[in-house]
Structures are given as C-alpha cells and as structure tokens.
Design a protein around this ligand. Structure first.
Ligand code: GLN
Length: 540
C-alpha cells in the first residue's frame, strides 16, 4: 500500500516547492522506494498550454504529450523517470470532470458541492497514481491562504483520515526572513502560515524553512514550539545557486530518515551508485575547470523560468565536462531593433564574447527577426549553434533568404501571405479553432541519417523526442535546401517531416523541430546538448 507525502507552501510563492519535492523524491528513491510525484495546480485552466510564459514560466511536455507545469521537469530530472498527464492535475481538470459526470447523470438527484464531490475527485486523482508505488509525493501549488487552494487542502486533510496517520505526512515549506536592521530572523510569518494550515485541520509534521543564511538553534526551537513540531522536524533550506545541492542539504539534516520514521517505513539500504553519481555531478559543477559562455536569444528573457529546461539541459552537459555555464540573455526584440537601427555590424558586439548560440522555442512574431539575425551570425561565423523548435524554423528561414535568395521566405505563422512559406501548416492543422491541446505534442520517433552530427551524437538510428508546435518545414523546399548545403539529419518517417537540420562544412550548426531539453537529466545529459557544449568548449 502506498504512503503519501503532502507538500504545501506558505508565506510567499517561489520558495522552490517543486525543487524541494523533487529533492525529497530523490532521497527516497536513493533509499530504495518507488516514488511517484503529483503536482496539483489550483488554477482553472485545464492545463498551462494556453498560458503566456510570463504568467507561468515554461510549459513542460511529457512523453504522452501533456502540457504541464514546469515542476514536472524538476521531478523528471531529479527522479530520472518519465511522467505522464496523470502527474499534473489542475483545478480546471477536476471541475471539468465533475461537471461532465453531472451532465452524464452520474450524481442524479444530488446537489454537486465542493465537499464531497470536488474533494472526492481530487482524492481519486491522488489514488490513481498510487498503483505499484511505495510513496506518492503530492505538491499543492500556490500558497496556503489562497482561495483556489482550499479544496485541495481539504482533500488532503481527508486523505489522512481515510488512509491512517502512519500513511500520510504533511511537509510545509515556509520563508524565514532575516531582517538586517534588527539583525534577527523572523519566525512570525511561519507561525501565521502554520496557523492557517491548522485552521483547516492540517498540522504539519515537518517544516522546511527557506532562509538566506544559517538558522540559529534558537530560531529553530521557536519554530518547533510555536508550530507544534519536534526540533528535528525543523529543516533548514538555505539559499543555494545550485539546485542539485538541495538533496545534499536535506540529507545532512536527516530529512529522508525523518520521513521514514513518520511513515513507519522500514528504511532500506542506500543506493550508493545513484547517490555517488549525484555527488560527483554536484562536485563537478562546484569545482569547474572553467566557464563557458552561451548566448540565448529569446523573447521571454526577462523571465528565466520560461527557459527552465533549456537552462538545466545546458547545466547537465556543462557538468559532464566539468564546466560552469555562463548564460548571456539576449532579448530578440532588442537585437532586431538594434540591427534595424545600426546595421548588422552590431551583431559582433552581441556575440563577440560567447562560445555558442541557442535559439529556444517560442510563439508569435515579436522578436522573430532578431532570432533570424542570430542564426545568420552563427552560420556565417562558424559559431556553434543549437536551434530548438522555432529555432529550427528561424534557421530554415534565414538559409532560404540568404543562401537560396528567396528574400521573402517566412513561416506562415509570422507572414500568412508569404510567397515562400518555407515553414507552413500541414493540412491536418489547418482550420483548427480549438487552441488547447491541439498542437503536435509529445514523443514522436525520429529516424537519423548515418554520418551526420545527430547520428554521431545519439549513436543510434531511431530516437523518440518530445514536440510542441503547429508549424513544420515545407517539404517543397527540402531538395533546394539540401542542394545548397543543408543536411536533413533526422526525419519523422510516417509523415515525412523534417526533425533535425545541420549545415555542411560548419563545425556545429544543428537545430531540432522537437525539444531535446525536456529529456536531459543530470546524470544522463542529452546527447545533442553534450555535442553542442563540446563544440562550444572547443571554440572558447
Ligand atoms: N511557433 C512555432 C510553431 O508553433 C514553434 C513552437 C515552439 O517553438 N515550441 O510551430
């Protein structure tokens, strides 16, 4: 029978609840338990797929094509597992299925209410993923006190009643601010947030305290006393610039042992292999041989969360080579305006101090010309280049305009009337009105061409990679592109679609229609990111 660890957050958002949950997951996995994480998002959207990255950061895509919260990326990376649509549930999904059941007549005669109908649905979603697992981690998005979060908290309160005290554990993550002028830590926000939880019937068992400096014994004792937990159950979560160190920080304070005690779990032997590999990875990042500077040209650069998986994939590959990544954020819109004002010479200023360029995924026309200029610069200056999804589309547009001399070449997404739609909508995507969940989503097979960089990187003929886009390379232009030096090194056989492009004679110019960043793991960096970073190191 599965046991449940419920993770809530208090005081403020953005304390790193997802990373804390993922870290707990890793520690329990290392102790030999089979862990399955679940993220609840209390918003009404059915999924984050239709949200602007500025609202919600990156949309993480699973193998089965679910558009999910970026915390699923942390779970996949820390636990090294592939998750599915069942691992991320929003309030929208919960309400939708209750309302659909009501329309079907399943509750005939009844009044449908938050308690018990919505809370039952929430508990059902938790139990659904419990099959064959030892421990289910349930992270509740948002902050305690949010109106939207209440049904979720009520449901997990009931869960302990139904599953038994030994089977459900509550972990609460809070902020313990240090007030410089008073030279003091303040525990009051934590007390208030725990009070709020208690008011709805949840007494946390473990409190994780996010803090910018080490918590003194007295502060921990005060939190224990006022929040009604044991002193050992007050765990310090000190700020760190390396998220992969957080499991180490927790383990030093015996958090995994404590969880096992609370849940009456027989602690198993530590899996030394995974743990040692994790320590080695952290150690390589902490003691790098050097630094490598990567330019990311995107349109959401003021919000780093929009590119979470890209940043992590870079970090994994850099860690492998024992280098520290230094990311230079280049706002595509600025680049576009600068070039238009001052000419292409300005590109030199942007890219002189970097060893490689990434153009990551994106939607909409804003900044697109800036990304295309970045592709041109990388192609002409032999600078390592990795294009991801729209990054591939920009590279094809640039090549068509400047090598094939089709000056008006564009994507139908950005110029629906272009005479040369080198990127276009497939028949199957035309006329789609419903925006949610209708792109090409999730894992598709990609066949690799022998003798290419892609084949050399993957060392295999067929790979499965995750997609999230509507537009595709227009096959009418493929012959012309190939004749002029573009290599189609990966394609989707069934529909004959371009998946990977490269450039003949360039040390490393590669772009993918899929998103390799979603499959990179700390201990298994993605082969294409490894080859890209290797090329950057050689260039530096
Ligand atoms: N906007 C492009 C499309 O829909 C690319 C999407 C992306 O980069 N994920 O095809």
């Amino acid at each position: 029978m599965a046991k449940y660890v419920i993770i809530t957050g208090g005081v403020v958002s953005s304390l790193g609840k997802g990373i804390a949950t993922a870290s707990i997951g890793l520690l329990l996995k290392v102790r030999g338990f089979l862990v399955n994480p679940l993220k609840f998002d209390p918003y009404i959207n059915v999924d984050p797929g239709t949200m602007n990255p500025y609202q919600h950061g990156e949309v993480f895509v699973t193998e089965d094509g679910a558009e999910t919260d970026l915390d699923l990326g942390h779970y996949e990376r820390f636990l090294d597992v592939n998750l599915s649509k069942d691992n991320n549930v929003t309030a929208g999904q919960v309400y939708l299925s209750v309302i659909e059941k009501e329309r079907e007549g399943i509750f005939l005669g009844g009044t449908i209410q938050v308690v018990p109908h919505i809370t039952n649905e929430i508990k059902e979603r938790i139990r659904k993923i419990a099959n064959d697992h030892d421990i289910i981690l349930v992270e509740i998005g948002g902050t305690v006190g949010d109106i939207e979060g209440l049904p979720f908290l009520e449901a997990v309160r009931q869960l302990r009643l139904e599953e038994g005290k030994d089977n459900v554990l509550y972990v609460h993550l809070t902020l313990v601010p240090f007030i410089k002028s008073a030279n003091e830590f303040k525990t009051k926000p934590t007390q208030h947030s725990v009070n709020e939880l208690r008011r709805i019937g949840i007494q946390p068992d473990i409190i994780l305290c996010r803090t910018e400096r080490p918590l003194p014994k007295e502060a921990k004792e005060k939190i224990a006393l006022f929040c009604n937990v044991t002193k050992e159950a007050v765990i310090e979560g000190i700020d760190t610039d390396n998220i992969y160190k957080i499991p180490l920080i927790f383990k030093e304070q015996n958090l995994d042992w404590l969880i096992c005690q609370f849940l009456s779990l027989q602690t198993k032997e530590i899996n030394q292999k995974i743990w040692q590999n994790w320590l080695d990875f952290v150690n390589k990042l902490e003691n790098p041989k050097g630094e490598i500077s990567i330019g990311i040209v995107g349109k959401y650069t003021s919000l780093r969360d929009a590119y979470k998986s890209v940043i992590e994939a870079i970090t994994h590959a850099c860690g492998y080579f024992s280098f520290r990544p230094k990311i230079k954020w280049i706002e595509a819109t600025d680049l576009e305006e600068e070039v238009k004002k001052k000419g292409k010479e300005i590109l030199e200023e942007y890219f002189a101090d970097i060893s490689g360029i990434i153009v990551p995924g994106g939607f909409g026309v804003r900044g697109i010309e800036g990304k295309i200029f970045a592709c041109e610069y990388a192609r002409e200056n032999n600078l390592p280049f990795l294009g991801l999804c729209v990054g591939l589309q920009c590279a094809v547009i640039e090549f068509a305009r400047n090598v094939l001399l089709l000056k008006d070449a564009h994507s139908q997404e950005f110029d629906p009337n272009t005479k040369n739609p080198v990127i276009h909508l497939l028949e199957s995507q035309r006329g789609i009105k419903k925006k949610g969940g209708t792109m090409r989503l999730g894992a598709y097979p990609c066949l690799l061409k022998e003798g290419t960089i892609a084949y050399y990187a993957y060392q295999t003929k067929r790979v499965y990679e995750r997609h999230r886009h509507r537009y595709e390379v227009n096959n009418q232009y493929v012959n012309l592109l190939e004749k002029n030096g573009m290599v189609i090194s990966g394609f989707y056989e069934k529909e004959d679609l371009v998946e990977i492009i490269e450039l003949k004679g360039h040390p490393f110019f590669l772009a993918t229609q899929f998103h390799p960043e979603f499959k990179s793991r700390p201990l298994r960096p993605h082969p294409l990111f490894l080859k890209f970073i290797e090329a950057c190191i050689q260039k530096s």
